[in-house]
Design a binder for this molecule. Structure first.
Ligand SMILES: Nc1ncnc2c1ncn2[C@@H]1O[C@H](COP(=O)(O)OP(=O)(O)OP(=O)(O)O)[C@@H](O)[C@H]1O
Ligand SMILES: [Mg+2]
Length: 516
């Protein structure tokens, strides 16, 4: 191996964070936090949205500096002033939001920012060869010559991991790595993580999904309101203990009350649309959602669910078929016309399609609602009314924010999602399209969002719930529609199909075969 390429150092890293304090205007995000990672362990970090997990890890990666406390690596106190310092110390981080350059290839992205390399972009043959080696070693499928814009989210994540390995990271921080992945991709990621551990890497694993934490970690630390509640060996705790540590109470189960569905609120007839890669993503979708009904749309991701949601929300053009809200056709209507007709939309890509990062919390609440007469006095906007409304939503949905004028980008990932949810539900829509509404949201907020969806159903809204979480679909839906290769291949009533039968339908086995 050439000299300037960082080695995959053999000696594992031991990291101690001691009495870390980190404050932001209005929040004490970390309050005397002690956290350590032993050589070769997977240490999970759990906590509700805004508990301080990302903040703690950003300090270990040199993105923020602690106000107080020490970071000790292999026995030596170190000041990590930048990610470059952290990388030099053997630490890598895979962020909640990726940081790749879409117009460059995988190899170029991996080489980018590689300080020790004198002419990184000229050295691509060697980078490419090394990527192939690492690919092989860790079972990380990436094509070094592909452009990042061509890659799926799961593939982009593999590039981020590749980048960390290439730079010789021995401790890798994964901040909610599974939130953006399909179940199949999660399995692949876990296989890679297990190989990394066998090769002597240590991992910090952040996730809201308890079964993942139980499956992959050796120890788990729970944060609440910036403080450590406890650190335990994973094999010594149960899921409900972890929930109690996170939330400070037990969470109840919920079940939808039987309701007689009303008239059709959403009608989709023979809907067709093209996908991003020039193939037909929707091939005649037929679907109805009635008032007071939740229809769950299940399916392996990539079978047209996203395109269907975008088509219904007016963000993708239909190439055939019709969409109606009540009796009104909206196939080619604008987003605002759809909102007027009674539609609300919780997009899957909330940061891209649902919010503006630079705007304040309050501005984001009124992103589409400035037209509503509720917030007007004559021809003027009523600022006190707007402020009261915003304050109420923030309170009701327990959105953790220092204030209404805080820029959205300063909120934690899950709190941004809660805010969008609050905004969309507060419109009392006729029809709600909810795409992955609880992805990246903590357990108590998930419970809360589920409760609100059921309340909305009782109030007569028709809800199309698009989710990759079968548990969520099975718990909430009156009917479950399964999507496969751009079509609905079957619809079953609640309780009529087992998870296994749904799984078969998701794999393309027709309803008639799946249900004897
Ligand atoms: N750059 C920043 N400026 C101001 N406040 C911030 C900043 N980053 C984080 N915060 C605040 O610090 C607190 C902790 O946020 P953090 O992102 O660490 O939470 P988290 O545990 O990662 O939550 P999530 O599960 O939602 O990702 C939150 O109240 C957040 O609003
Ligand atoms: Mg976070």
């Amino acid at each position: 191996m050439k000299q300037h390429e960082p080695l995959n150092a053999d000696s594992p890293l031991h990291v101690v964070m001691r009495d870390i304090v980190k404050c932001f205007p209005g929040v004490r995000a970390n309050s005397k936090v002690c956290f350590d990672v032993e050589a070769g362990e997977v240490h999970a970090l759990l906590g509700e949205n805004g508990a301080g997990k990302s903040t703690l890890m950003r300090q270990l990666y040199g993105l923020y500096q602690p106000d107080e406390g020490d970071i000790i690596i292999d026995g030596k106190p170190l000041q990590l002033r930048s990610p470059a310092d952290a990388i030099r110390a053997g630490i890598g981080m895979i962020h909640q939001h990726f940081m790749l350059v879409p117009t460059l290839t995988v190899a170029q992205n991996v080489a980018l920012g590689q300080r020790s390399s004198r002419a990184p972009l000229l050295d691509l043959t060697r980078v490419t060869a090394r990527i192939r080696e690492l690919s092989e070693e860790y079972g990380l499928k990436v094509d070094p010559r592909a452009y990042v814009w061509q890659l799926s989210v799961g593939e982009q994540q593999r590039v981020e991991i590749m980048k960390a390995l290439y730079r010789g990271a021995r401790l890798i921080i994964l901040d909610e790595p599974t939130a953006v992945l399909t179940p199949q991709e999660v399995d692949d990621l876990f296989a890679t993580l297990r190989r990394m551990v066998r090769e002597g890497h240590s991992l910090v694993f952040i996730s809201h999904k308890l079964q993942e934490v139980m499956a992959i970690s050796d120890r788990v630390t729970v944060l609440r309101d910036g403080k450590v509640i406890g650190t335990r060996l994973t094999r010594d705790v149960t899921r409900s203990e972890l929930v109690r540590m996170m939330v400070g109470r037990e969470l109840g189960e919920l079940a939808p009350r039987p309701l007689e569905p009303g008239p059709a609120r959403l009608t989709v007839q023979g809907l067709r649309a093209m996908g991003d890669r020039g193939t037909e993503a929707l091939r005649r979708v037929d679907l109805e959602v009635h008032a007071g009904e939740i229809v769950g749309l299940a399916g392996v991701s990539g079978n047209g669910q996203r395109e269907l949601a975008e088509c219904l929300a007016g963000m993708r053009r239909a190439s055939g078929g019709r969409v109606l809200i009540g009796p009104r056709e909206i196939t080619f209507a604008s987003l605002n016309q759809r909102i007027e007709a009674g539609m609300a939309y919780i997009p899957e890509e909330r940061m891209r399609d649902g919010a503006i990062r630079e705007f304040s919390v309050q501005e984001n609440i009124f992103l589409h609602d400035h037209i509503s007469p509720r917030f007007r006095r004559g021809i003027f906007l009523s600022f006190p009314r707007m402020e009261a409304h915003a304050a109420r939503l923030v309170r009701e949905f327990a959105v953790k924010t220092p204030g209404l004028d805080t820029p959205l980008k300063n909120l934690s990932g899950g709190n941004i999602q809660k805010l969008i949810m609050a905004r969309e539900l507060s419109r009392h829509p006729e029809i709600l399209i909810a795409a992955q509404p609880t992805r990246g949201v903590d357990v108590s907020a998930t419970g809360y969002i589920h409760e609100r969806l059921l309340q909305q159903r009782e109030a007569g809204t028709g809800i199309l719930l698009i989710s990759e979480d079968l548990d969520e679909i099975c718990a909430l839906s009156d009917r479950i529609a399964v999507m496969y290769e751009g079509r609905i291949i079957g619809v079953v009533r609640r309780g009529q199909a087992t998870r296994e039968q749904l799984g078969l339908m998701m794999a393309g086995v027709q309803q008639a075969d799946a249900l004897p």
